[in-house]
Design a binder for this molecule. Structure first.
Ligand code: FES
Length: 98
């Protein structure tokens, strides 16, 4: 994991009821949501199980692992894994798991 010496706070919204949280650039979205009191489904927390599978309704994320458990098509369609996705902007997430 790279060290972000100047982390940025973006604004995150977790649907369906637009719960707001501080989305820090230096940590995965899942961790920021939990720190904001949002209970988001998760299990492995390393990008493999897809329990946290979500739709990025707006914003941009980056990954520090080479290939999180998403297909290229899912990535293109805006799906993300918040346990390993780091925000690069304000974000709006909607849970898309089962
Ligand atoms: S918690 Fe397993 S992929 Fe996110």
């Amino acid at each position: 994991m790279s060290v972000d010496k100047n982390p940025t706070i973006f604004t995150g919204f977790a649907e369906p009821d637009a719960r707001q949280f501080d989305a820090w650039s230096h940590q995965p979205l899942l961790m920021s949501m939990e720190q904001g009191g949002i209970d988001w489904p998760s299990s492995c927390r390393n990008g493999t199980c897809r329990t946290c599978f979500s739709k990025l309704e707006s914003g941009q994320v980056r990954y520090e692992i080479e290939w999180p458990g998403l297909s290229a098509e899912e990535k293109e369609d805006g799906y993300v894994l918040p346990c390993v996705a780091y925000p690069c902007s304000d974000v709006r997430l909607d849970y898309a798991g089962f």
